[in-house]
Write a protein that binds this ligand. Structure first.
Ligand SMILES: [Mg+2]
Length: 422
């Protein structure tokens, strides 16, 4: 082995049974260089610095009783430490959080310490061992904000990796309310509590459970908190479809952007292969929604009816290529407007989430600006930055900060990335 190279281990597990090999007096994971007596496919990777643990699913025709039961490993002294560490890491951490709603606003707290320090979160925290989540959430929230709360139901149970760590967390997010108007904050943990509209809260957090919970809260509001401009495809007589959603930015992704805006149907020009890429996403089971900032409408450079004609032309071009778009969502406000919908604000995606019942955990956002990536991230979706080498270089600092899930030269490559990742 080359000095400094990482050791690769195979963590083979089925039905809670783990395959280990013996070396002297110690049971350990087989190394990647050792041949397994059965077939196995990789299902994930865990990074332990010098040690890389590859998780493997074996193909077996029986339940291997002679392997090690995962629960029995910890009390044994003849099992390698890395095995115990890796098995322990795969046990999910459990957290419970509450989205306390007041009208269309939600109470968020800013953390003083830990992973979320300086960021806003929903109040809540880790479950104590053996504690049911609906008990934990009341205990944690009341500790953090010093007020009684009432739970109104479960918004969702979510699952996520922790950035940079080989651990997984399950989050139970509840909807609830409180009659309290002032809060007594837990001094060592919380430095502020404030009510925010959902579209703002989404940009203030870095916690995926908070994002997903807020999107689910928003979808459940009886009336929409704000209105957005739609082209009107949804209201036409089309059969309702289901499936994950890809949000696409328009200019620079579907059509060529123009320095002075695309102001007339004649100036609308598809980028090579873009309609076909949308058709390919459709065939792969994806619904597509377009989310576009058109501040030229706010500047009165494009009358709304003209924008509608541009979009009619786009839709017929897409139809001709067998590509379907569920709806075109537009922010018509100018750059300085304090609207909820101008990307990076996630208002257009939130409106679409209500219309199309979008699950952010299955959704993607593709765009050619950092603000597209921010909007997709805020919504809790995966993101693709679309741009050629020159454009990627121009935005290299933003891309380093934002770390989109993929980068692609054009929409064709973005569609391949999305279809390849599922
Ligand atoms: Mg664009």
């Amino acid at each position: 082995m080359v000095k400094g190279a990482r050791r690769e281990h195979l963590f083979v597990e089925t039905d809670g049974q783990i395959y280990l090999v013996r070396q002297g007096r110690v049971w350990r994971f087989p190394r990647a260089s050792e041949k397994l007596p059965f077939r196995a496919a990789e299902s994930g990777r865990m990074d332990f610095g010098d040690d890389l643990v590859r998780r493997m699913k074996p193909s077996l025709t029986y339940h291997p009783e002679e392997w090690f039961n995962r629960d029995d490993l910890f009390s044994r002294s003849d099992v390698d430490g890395l095995v115990k560490k890796a098995v322990y890491m795969t046990m999910p951490r459990l957290v419970a959080e509450a989205a306390l709603a007041r009208g269309h606003d939600v109470l968020m707290v800013r953390a003083k310490r830990g992973f979320s320090r300086g960021y806003w979160n929903l109040p809540g925290g880790f479950l104590d061992f053996g504690e049911p989540p609906e008990v934990a959430v009341e205990r944690e929230v009341e500790e953090e904000i010093g007020a009684d709360i009432t739970l109104d139901g479960l918004l969702g149970v979510y699952h996520s990796g922790f950035p940079g760590k080989p651990t997984y967390t399950m989050g139970f997010v509840y909807r609830g309310h409180t009659d309290a108007t002032t809060f007594r904050l837990k001094p060592d943990e919380i430095e502020a509590a404030e009510w925010f509209p959902v579209h703002r809260g989404l940009l203030l957090t870095r916690n995926p459970f908070v994002r997903w919970g807020l999107v689910d809260l928003f979808k459940g509001f009886e009336t929409p908190p704000f209105d957005v401009v739609r082209h009107g495809l949804l209201t036409r007589d089309r059969e309702a479809r289901s499936g994950p959603v890809v949000f696409l930015d328009r200019d620079g992704v579907i059509n060529r952007g123009r320095a002075g805006y695309v102001r007339t149907p004649d100036q609308f020009e598809f980028l090579d292969g873009a309609p076909e890429a949308i058709a390919r996403l459709n065939r792969g089971g994806y619904r597509v929604a377009i989310v576009s900032n058109q501040d030229a409408v706010g500047w009165k450079l494009i009358p709304k009816r003209q924008l509608s004609r541009i979009h009619d032309k786009m839709v017929s071009g897409l139809d001709a290529a067998g590509a379907r778009v569920e709806e075109i969502y537009v922010c018509p406000h100018h750059v300085l407007a304090d609207c909820p919908c101008r990307k990076p604000r996630p208002g257009l995606l939130l409106a679409a989430a209500r219309d199309l019942d979008v699950n952010p955990r299955e959704a993607w956002m593709a765009g050619d600006k950092p603000s597209d990536i921010e909007a997709g991230r805020a919504f809790g979706a995966r993101t693709v930055f679309v741009g050629d080498a020159k454009r990627r270089k121009r935005f290299s600092r933003d891309l380093q900060d934002l770390r989109p899930d993929a980068t692609a030269t054009d929409l064709r490559a973005a569609a391949s990335a999305i279809l390849g990742r599922g």
